[in-house]
Design a protein. Structure first.
Length: 273
């Protein structure tokens, strides 16, 4: 294989999506803000790993790949006109991995935590869920690249549980209201929704360890997404749902014990050694 670590492919794909969005969708992204996100994520990861690593023998070696993935995720989703907001989001995202942990496992998705922190604690951050539009070929690109990564890390069940639950709820609502099926497909054919389902809720280091735990967890996120989107009219429902349900990981890991996921230089491992 070209890359030994599957995260290298993830970095390549996310960077490609970023270029695609700028070129094909005419996103008004400022290059300097992307640079701020990358530099802040990498420096925060390095400094906190160094400091906390001196205090805990269990701390993993410094992983800059994860920091770059987080920065690219923030670049794809978060918008602001000020570098200070982006730096705050990036620092919050990485810091959450070191602060919010149980048994040395973090349960918040870093990029999602950074997004929620910026939305709630700064005056000029926003997310544009419809930035990808509803072109079907974006879905094929995301499904193909995301599928390759999920096959390696073994987390297809999480994406499937989320999409099947959410699609089922939207279908029931569509039938109940007597709408035509083009409305249903309009609700599902969203590049941002697929990007979220394939790349954000499948982070193997922060989601439940067991398969049944992941499926229950993902279904809960889908249910809350549906409620927030359709009854509270929150356009960023997916991010709030993930943030709210993330701590449920602690409970699912207690109820359904399974080996924990670790990254290795050769790709991925599921072991508690």
């Amino acid at each position: 294989m070209l890359f030994k670590d599957i995260r290298d492919y993830q970095i390549l794909f996310l960077a490609s999506f970023l270029i695609l969005g700028i070129r094909a969708r005419d996103w008004t992204l400022q290059p300097q803000l992307i640079l701020v996100l990358i530099v802040t994520c990498v420096l925060t990861q390095w400094s906190l790993s160094l400091v906390i690593g001196q205090l805990s023998a269990k701390e993993q070696t410094i992983s800059l790949r994860s920091a770059i993935i987080t920065s690219l995720g923030l670049s794809l989703l978060l918008r602001s006109d000020h570098w200070e907001t982006m730096a705050f989001a990036a620092a919050s995202a990485i810091a959450s991995k070191f602060i919010f942990k149980v048994d040395n496992k973090h349960f918040f998705n870093p990029a999602n935590f950074g997004i929620i922190s910026a939305l709630t604690l700064t005056p000029d951050a926003w997310v544009s869920p419809g930035q990808w539009g509803e072109d079907w070929w974006y879905g094929l690109v995301f499904a193909g690249t995301g599928g390759m990564i999920l096959k390696r890390v073994g987390r297809w069940d999480t994406t499937a549980a989320y999409l099947i639950t959410y699609a089922g709820l939207e279908a029931i609502r569509n039938i109940w209201l007597g709408w035509t099926w083009d409305v249903f497909w309009h609700r599902l054919m969203s590049g941002s929704l697929l990007l979220f389902a394939l790349f954000m809720i499948t982070d193997p280091r922060s989601i439940p360890n067991s398969k049944i735990g992941r499926m229950v967890w993902a279904a809960c996120i889908a249910l809350l997404t549906f409620i927030l989107r359709n009854y509270f009219y929150i356009p960023t429902a997916v991010f709030w749902a993930l943030f709210a349900i993330a701590p449920l990981t602690i409970l699912t890991d207690i109820l359904w014990s399974a080996p924990r996921f670790y990254w290795s230089s050769q790709g991925s491992v599921t072991s508690d050694q």
